[in-house]
Design a protein around this ligand. Sequence first.
Ligand code: ZN
Length: 85
Amino acid sequence: MPQGSAFVCPHCGKTNDTHDNMRSDAKPKHGDASLCIGCGQLSVFDLLENCLRLPSDSESREFDQDPQIRMFSIAWRAVVRKTRH
Ligand SMILES: [Zn+2]
């Protein structure tokens, strides 16, 4: 398995080689949520496949109820969407 491989957003295909782990400063853990800086959609770190995947329905509901994730999503909509990148 390549070291430092990049994660590709399953929504928009953007390669996110730097990512914010929403729950801590540590490396992303299996099942953690990732917010794409490109499209603002949530995906899930799958460290078994070493990729980002779409959240399941139950994960989506869980993310919707997570105040930290809601804050990130709101911040993304407020700031990032207004700029082209
Ligand atoms: Zn994306």
